[in-house]
Write a protein that binds this ligand. Structure first.
Ligand SMILES: [Cu+2]
Length: 134
C-alpha cells in the first residue's frame, strides 16, 4: 500500500515536470504566425505565393527570418502525395516571404513552411491552405 502511494506521487511529479518543460520550450515559437498574403492563387507554372511572418505579440511583420523547409501538397483535396516544388523568390516587402511554384492542378493546396527567427531558438512552423484558381 505504501509502495503504491509512493509510485503514484512519483508519477504525478514526473508528469508535472514534463508538462512545464513542454510549455516552456514551445512558448517562443507560438508567438509567431505565418499568414497567407493571398489565398486565391493562379493555377499553373510560375505562380508566386507570398506569406507574411507576424509576431503575434506586436502584430508586426518579422523580417530576416531564414526559411529552411517548405512543402506544397494537395492534402486539402485528399491528395497528400501530390506535391510540387517551391523555390524562394524575391520579396519587396520586409517580413513578407515570396516563393515561386507550379500549382499544377486546380483546388486546395497545403503549404507547410518552417523558419528560424533571429533571437528565437525554437523553429517557427506554419501551415497554410491555398486555392489554385483557373
Ligand atoms: Cu491533385
Amino acid at each position: 500500500m505504501k509502495q503504491t502511494t509512493f509510485d503514484a506521487r512519483t508519477a504525478l511529479l514526473a508528469g508535472a515536470v514534463l508538462f512545464s518543460t513542454a510549455t516552456a520550450s514551445y512558448a517562443g515559437a507560438k508567438d509567431y504566425e505565418f499568414q497567407a498574403v493571398q489565398t486565391d492563387i493562379k493555377q499553373g507554372p510560375g505562380t508566386v505565393v507570398s506569406v507574411r511572418l507576424v509576431d503575434k505579440r506586436t502584430g508586426k511583420a518579422v523580417p530576416d527570418a531564414v526559411i529552411f523547409t517548405t512543402r506544397m501538397d494537395m492534402a486539402p483535396e485528399g491528395m497528400e502525395t501530390m506535391t510540387t516544388p517551391v523555390e524562394p523568390s524575391t520579396s519587396t516587402e520586409a517580413g513578407v516571404y515570396a516563393f515561386t511554384t507550379n500549382l499544377s492542378m486546380e483546388g486546395g493546396w497545403r503549404f507547410q513552411i518552417a523558419a528560424k527567427v533571429q533571437g528565437e531558438p525554437e523553429t517557427v512552423q506554419g501551415e497554410l491552405v491555398l486555392k489554385a484558381m483557373p
